[in-house]
Ligand binder design. Structure first.
Ligand SMILES: [Zn+2]
Length: 186
């Protein structure tokens, strides 16, 4: 497990992650490939700064299965978040992001997408159980299985694309160019 804080892991060009601790693990809490772990952590750090969610007290757990392929149902990723009691630290956000073990470029893009959902939870823009978006009721149609017509998915796809393009231009992320990014053309 890689535990990252602003104190030990900073990027001059990315700014500092203040309050969000990022870790990576398999669903059973095992270690994932160290190269992949660092790549995911760096991309998460970029998104934290881009989305300006540094100030939140949160544990961000990025989970990747050893098993290759999409999560059941062809899903590329999930994000859930809740407030939890952490002993004398008091209440903190606990954010779980699962990323399907697929092509490396696609995984980074999916992480950008799920980081937008993390932002939506932390800022209390999205209340998925209460069917609310920015204080207003929004009910996803039962025909819209992936909620693609919801304002939170529209925002997530839009910002995913913007952040991923920004990453490809960023000097710290030139390594991403060696991975297939054709899926972005869709
Ligand atoms: Zn989404």
């Amino acid at each position: 497990m890689l535990l990252v804080t602003g104190k030990t892991y900073t990027y001059k060009s990315l700014g500092v992650i203040d309050m969000i601790l990022v870790s990576t693990a398999t669903p059973r809490g095992g270690e994932i490939d160290p190269v992949l772990s660092e790549q995911l952590t760096k991309v998460a750090a970029f998104c934290i700064n881009y989305l300006k969610i540094n100030r939140f007290n949160a544990l961000l757990n990025i989970i990747v299965s050893k098993r290759k392929g999409y999560i059941s149902g062809g899903v590329g990723g999930y994000c859930s978040a809740d407030r939890q009691e952490f002993g004398h630290h008091g209440k903190m956000w606990n954010v779980d992001i699962e990323i399907a073990n697929v092509g490396r470029g696609e995984m980074m893009s999916v992480l950008c997408h799920e980081m937008v959902h993390a932002k939506q939870y932390l800022r209390k823009e999205l209340d998925i159980d209460g069917n609310r978006w920015k204080g207003k009721a929004f009910k996803v149609s039962s025909k819209d299985v992936y909620a693609l017509n919801s304002p939170w998915e529209k925002e997530a796809y839009k910002l995913e694309s913007k952040m991923f393009k920004a990453l490809l231009k960023h000097p710290d992320f030139q390594w991403m160019k060696k991975y297939n990014t054709d899926f972005m053309e869709k």
